[in-house]
Design a protein around this ligand. Structure first.
Ligand SMILES: [Zn+2]
Length: 341
C-alpha cells in the first residue's frame, strides 16, 4: 500500500563532454514523487564533493560580544512575555531559557536558548543539552495551554547556523503554537486519516514496516522512536524522518521517549559532523489532543552553501516550482548514518 504513494522516474540528459573530447554522455536524473506528502524531489546522480567545514569561528566569536542570547545580555536585551502568559516573564529550565520571538510568526512564538554557551559545535550538541531545551519549550507550551484553550498545535523548530536560516549563532529552537496546524502538518493529518479510511490501517505503522522490509532507508530505533531517511527528501542532502510510535498527543511522550529521540538525533548529528554537513533544519510536529491516525514526528535535514561562492542550496526549483533538488540520494544518507556510531 505504501508503494502506491512512492514513484520513481528515471530520466537522462545528454551532453557532449568538453573534458573528454566532446564525447556524448548521458547524465541520469531521478524524479521522485511522494503522493502522501505531496512532494517531488529531483535526485541528481552527479558525484559531488562533500563541503568543507563552514563555521567561521572568528566571526562567531566577534558576534558573541553583542549577542543578546549570551547570559550577560539576556536579561536586558531580550523581551519578556506578558505576565498573564508567563508570570516570571521568561521560562527557565536548567540553563535553557524561553523568551518571546521579537519577530513573531504567530500569536504565540518563542525562542528557546539552549544554554549559556554562545557557540556549540555539532559534536557538542549532546542529548542532555537538547533535552533541557525541549523541556523548557514544553513548559512554555504548558503556559500557553493554560492561558488559551483554542491553541491545539505546537512545533519545535531549529535553524542551526545562518546557512540554515538562523539569525544568531547562539543555538536556539523556534517554538510556535497555533489554533490550526501549519500547511504541511495539516496535509499529513488529512492524508493519515484518508489512508486509515481507505486501507483500514495506519500509514505510519505501515511506513515503518515498509522501510524496515526494504532496508535501504531504514536507520534504527531507540525505544519507541523510529528513524529513517525520507524517500522523497525535503533538502539537498536528504532528510531523516523520526516517528514516535503510537504517540498521538504531546502528553503521550514520556521523558524516556524524549531521551530516545535525542539519542537518535545526536547520532545523526555525529554523522552530519563527520561529513561536514554543519548546518541543519529540524521540525517537530506536536498536537495537544492528538489527531486520529497521526503519530508525532520530526524531520531533520542538512543545509549547505555551495562553494566557491557560497551559493544557496535553495534555488528556483524549490522557490518557483515547489520541487526539491537533492544531490545526495536518501539511500546514500541512510548508509552514512547507519555507519556512524
Ligand atoms: Zn551568544
Amino acid at each position: 500500500m505504501i508503494a502506491n504513494y512512492f514513484e520513481r522516474q528515471q530520466h537522462t540528459a545528454k551532453i557532449r563532454d568538453f573534458t573528454d573530447n566532446f564525447i556524448e554522455k548521458e547524465i541520469p536524473v531521478e524524479i521522485r514523487t511522494d503522493r502522501f506528502c505531496d512532494r517531488v524531489a529531483r535526485v541528481l546522480k552527479i558525484r559531488w564533493k562533500l563541503p568543507q567545514p563552514s563555521h567561521d569561528l572568528a566571526l562567531i566569536a566577534k558576534a558573541g560580544k553583542n549577542c543578546p542570547f549570551c547570559p550577560q545580555h539576556l536579561e536586558t536585551q531580550t523581551p519578556m512575555f506578558p505576565s498573564e502568559l508567563v508570570p516570571q516573564g521568561r521560562v527557565h529550565f536548567g540553563e535553557s531559557v524561553v523568551i518571546p520571538n521579537a519577530f513573531p510568526y504567530c500569536q504565540y512564538c518563542g525562542v528557546t536558548i539552549f544554554a549559556h554557551q554562545h557557540y556549540i559545535p555539532l559534536n557538542q550538541l549532546n542529548a542532555d543539552l537538547l533535552l533541557n531545551a525541549v523541556n523548557a519549550s514544553l513548559q512554555f507550551f504548558d503556559h500557553i495551554r493554560q492561558a488559551d484553550d483554542a491553541i491545539r498545535y505546537f512545533s519545535i523548530n531549529w535553524n542551526y547556523m545562518p546557512t540554515a536560516g538562523g539569525s544568531l549563532f547562539h543555538p536556539h529552537f523556534q517554538v510556535v503554537a497555533n489554533s490550526e496546524p501549519t500547511h504541511f502538518h495539516q496535509r499529513l493529518i488529512d492524508q493519515s486519516q484518508k489512508y486509515g479510511k481507505k486501507y483500514q490501517s495506519l500509514f505510519w505503522a505501515d511506513l515503518i514496516a515498509y522501510e524496515k522490509a526494504h532496508k535501504k532507508r531504514y536507520l534504527f530505533n531507540y525505544g519507541d522512536v523510529e528513524f529513517m531517511a525520507s524517500f522523497c527528501p525535503g533538502g539537498i542532502f536528504g532528510e531523516v524522518l523520526s516517528i514516535f510510535k503510537d504517540k498521538l498527543a504531546m502528553d503521550d511522550i514520556s521523558q524516556n521517549d524524549w531521551k530516545n529521540f535525542f539519542q537518535g538525533i545526536t547520532r545523526i548529528l555525529r554523522c552530519f559532523d563527520r561529513l561536514n554537513l554543519d548546518n541543519h533544519n529540524m521540525t517537530l510536529l506536536l498536537g495537544r489532543d492528538g489527531d486520529e491516525d497521526f503519530w508525532i514526528q520530526a524531520r531533520i535535514m542538512p543545509r549547505i552553501s555551495i562553494p566557491p561562492w557560497g551559493t544557496n542550496d535553495v534555488n528556483y526549483f524549490e522557490k518557483g516550482h515547489n520541487e526539491i533538488v537533492a544531490i545526495f540520494a536518501p539511500e546514500e544518507l541512510a548508509a552514512e548514518i547507519r555507519h556512524t556510531i
